[in-house]
Each structure stands twice: as structure tokens, then as C-alpha cells.
Design a protein around this ligand. Structure first.
Ligand SMILES: Cc1cc2nc3c(=O)[nH]c(=O)nc-3n(C[C@H](O)[C@H](O)[C@H](O)COP(=O)(O)O)c2cc1C
Length: 191
């Protein structure tokens, strides 16, 4: 079993990455394979609403000049997804949103391949907007018939400068519990 985490922050090793890693460490301890894909900071175009994915039905977006298709293929293979984002003006980063829009249409036209996978958000902000960002990401899991995994709090951290989320003990506990809950659910689904 494998969980793919996607980091929507342009800071590759910033607070979002730390949040993701806490969950992945617990998944690894439970014997679940993990991988992180970086989307934040990459040049990623939004959905062009061209309808090509609906005509071609080849598991791909027609836009080829960015990493989105490579990540879509990995999303299709994974059993679980963690989508992480820092809060930017009370919402997720545009790179992660572009991936959500394009992957969302590709999956709908290709057998709804995200169906019955498990999903969780990981969000971090200096002060506000975490819950809204968490909700934005969870909409993607819901419409794709995925099972959303919860924890002891919403999966959020409070920090500004890179690395500062390490001082948020509740965020660490939340993300580690999330990893354990995700492992538990994956094992039940794949028993
Ligand atoms: C463009 C931009 C917009 C931001 N908007 C918010 C915001 O709405 N609320 C907030 O509390 N922090 C906001 N922040 C701060 C980041 O969410 C915060 O620094 C976070 O820890 C960054 O995570 P990272 O290290 O993974 O990139 C913003 C930062 C940037 C660069």
C-alpha cells in the first residue's frame, strides 16, 4: 500500500513539508510506503476547460509542459493521498488548485480512478484561514468518492517562518495521529 503526499508550498522544506512528514513517518512505521511530490513553486497552468480530457480519455491532461500528468499517474497508483498547502490569502496555493482542477476532470473521464482511496489535507498558516483551506482541499476528496481521514483536531498548523511549525506540538500530534488513522483505514480497506 502506498500514500502519495503532494506539497503545494513553494518552500520545499517549509512548514507544510514538516506537517506532511509527521504523517508519513507514522505511515512508514505501520509498513505503508510513501512518496512526496512537489507541486508548489512549479510553473503549473490552470485547467483550460478545453474538454480534451473528456474526448481523449487517456488518463492525461492535454497540457504537457508541466508535472501535472506525472503526478496524476502517481495519484492513480496510490491508495491514499495527502494534499498539503500553506494558507495563501485564506485558501490553498494556486499550484495545488491547478492540480486539483486538472486531476479532478481527468479522473471523472477515466473511470473515476480516485474512488474509494483515502485522503487527507495538511494546512499551515501564520494566523488565519486554515479551516477554509482544509475545507477547500476536502471538497476534492468528497466529489471523488474518497474517504476522508480525520484526527484529534483539523489537520492544521500555526507558523510563519520555515521550520517554526516544529514549535506547534498540537500540530505534530494531529498529523501523527492522522498518519496512524490513515494506516488503520488502509489496512481495513485492503484486508
Ligand atoms: C502569498 C502569501 C499569502 C499568505 N496568506 C496567509 C493568510 O491568509 N493567512 C495566514 O495566516 N498566513 C498567510 N501566509 C503565511 C503562510 O501561510 C505561512 O508562512 C506558512 O507557514 C507557510 O508555509 P510553508 O513554509 O509550507 O510555505 C501567507 C504567505 C504568503 C507567501
Amino acid at each position: 500500500m502506498k500514500v502519495l503526499a503532494i506539497n503545494g508550498s513553494p518552500r520545499k522544506t517549509g512548514n507544510t513539508s514538516i506537517m506532511i512528514d509527521w504523517a508519513l513517518e507514522e505511515l512508514n512505521k505501520e509498513g505503508i510506503e510513501t512518496e512526496v511530490q512537489q507541486i508548489g513553486g512549479k510553473l503549473v497552468a490552470g485547467c483550460k476547460a478545453c474538454g480534451a480530457c473528456g474526448k481523449n480519455r487517456d488518463m492525461r491532461c492535454i497540457q504537457k509542459d508541466d508535472p501535472v500528468n506525472e503526478i496524476i499517474a502517481k495519484m492513480a497508483e496510490a491508495d491514499g493521498l495527502i494534499l498539503g498547502s500553506p494558507v495563501y490569502f485564506a485558501d490553498l496555493t494556486p499550484e495545488l488548485k491547478a492540480l486539483i482542477d486538472r486531476a479532478g476532470f481527468v479522473t471523472m473521464f477515466n473511470g473515476r480512478f480516485l474512488r474509494r482511496k483515502v485522503g487527507a489535507a495538511a494546512v499551515v498558516a501564520r494566523r488565519g484561514g486554515q479551516v477554509h483551506t482544509y475545507d477547500s482541499i476536502n471538497h476534492f476528496f468528497g466529489i471523488n468518492e474518497m474517504f476522508t481521514v480525520g484526527s484529534i483536531y483539523w489537520n492544521m498548523g500555526v507558523a510563519m517562518d520555515p521550520g517554526k511549525v516544529r514549535e506547534d506540538g498540537e500540530a505534530e500530534k494531529t498529523m501523527r495521529t492522522l498518519g496512524l488513522n490513515m494506516a488503520w483505514l488502509l489496512k481495513k480497506i485492503h484486508a
